[in-house]
Design a protein around this ligand. Structure first.
Ligand code: NDP
Ligand code: OXD
Length: 306
């Protein structure tokens, strides 16, 4: 039983250790040192294009994370190879925790207070009233976050491809639905997958429909955002702030204007990070399912792109 890992070294090492402890019989091979005659399953993250096409007898590839855009964008993966992703409760909880942290920091003025501290200024801000959270993408991550914000007392509206029924969360679809969500949201969270349809959706046209002073939170992918349009929207006051975890180029280049913009808060793609132990359990379960001829736990629809 061979498993191939095509992962940056900092992920491959801990995952390999976790898999070895849980399944000592598994033959784990790390790209590019792959010598097995058959490799039914591979786990990939930011893999070099073409590397998966080389694997003999490949049946399925799992993304070492919830996002699958680098897999769906790779035309060299044979069409008969199934794609899946690693999703587990801890990953979903971490994302919600991150979103709560950034929304509450903004909502309670903590970033303003940090700037005031820097200037030795004592000025209590007005206590905020309730706010509306708009979530673009009500999938595994978005739905869980929506329910949590709703329980916290926020109004929640969401946008997805198909209408969703989630208690007390207003569901919107389509281009008009996106505008309706933007227009009523104090916090607009991007949690859709990156596909040809969602690339660049955070753009000047959308920002024009946003509630003046709204806060944009992008935890989806950097390519959802048109960076110059964000700068313009922040500089004109159309948007009040942006919290960005993902970027077109990662790491964000040292000379990028986002670093020093007073209304932009940056984290280095850490909203939710795959845990090697949890991932190893997920991967082994999917390997067993593959051997039994069952489908993957979180299959990707290649036609849909997520
Ligand atoms: P899912 O596939 O479970 O959910 C995707 C959601 O987006 C669904 O609600 C889907 O609609 C909606 N959607 C997809 N395409 C469109 C569209 N064209 N128009 C409207 N809605 C659309 O994804 P997850 O929730 O698991 O993950 C979402 C993304 O979060 C990942 O793809 C990844 O990019 C990002 N991510 C970021 C992390 C970070 O640390 N920053 C960590 C993990 C993930 P429907 O319900 O109708 O199918
Ligand atoms: C993921 C990510 O997709 O970390 O899991 O972005």
């Amino acid at each position: 039983m061979t498993l191939a890992l095509i992962l940056p070294a900092e992920y491959a090492g801990p995952l390999r250790e976790a898999l070895r402890e849980m399944a000592p019989e598994l033959d784990i091979q790390c790209w590019p040192e792959i010598h097995a005659a058959r490799v039914p399953l591979a786990v990939a993250w930011r893999h070099p294009s073409g590397s998966l096409a080389e694997l003999p007898g490949l049946e399925a590839v799992l993304s070492y994370g919830a996002g699958v855009d680098t897999l769906t964008a790779d035309p060299t993966i044979p069409p008969e190879v199934a794609l899946g992703r690693v999703v587990y409760p801890g990953l979903i909880e971490q994302m919600t925790e991150y979103l709560e942290a950034v929304v509450l920091a903004q909502h309670r003025g903590l970033w303003d207070y940090a700037a005031m501290q820097h200037a030795r200024r004592w000025r209590p801000l007005e206590m905020p009233t309730t706010a509306t959270i708009g979530i673009l993408g009500l999938g595994e991550l978005g739905e869980f976050a929506a329910r949590r914000f709703q329980r916290r007392g926020f109004r929640v509206v969401g946008w997805s491809r198909r209408p969703r029924e989630i208690d007390d969360v207003a569901s919107h679809v389509g281009a008009q639905g996106l505008i309706r969500v933007a227009a009523c949201s104090d916090y607009l969270i991007c949690l859709v997958p990156l596909t040809p349809e969602t690339r660049g959706i955070l753009n000047a046209e959308l920002f024009r429909h946003c509630k003046p002073g709204a806060c944009l939170i992008n935890v989806g992918r950097g390519l959802h955002l048109v960076e110059d349009d964000l700068m313009q929207a922040l500089n004109t006051g159309q948007l009040g702030a942006a919290c960005l975890d993902v970027f077109t180029q990662e790491p964000l280049p040292a000379d990028h204007p986002f670093w020093t913009h007073p209304k932009i808060h940056i984290t280095p793609h850490v909203a939710s990070q795959t845990d090697p132990q949890a991932a190893a359990r997920h991967i082994l379960a999917d390997y067993r399912r593959l051997l039994e001829g069952k489908g993957l736990q979180y299959p990707v629809d290649r036609h849909r792109g997520y």
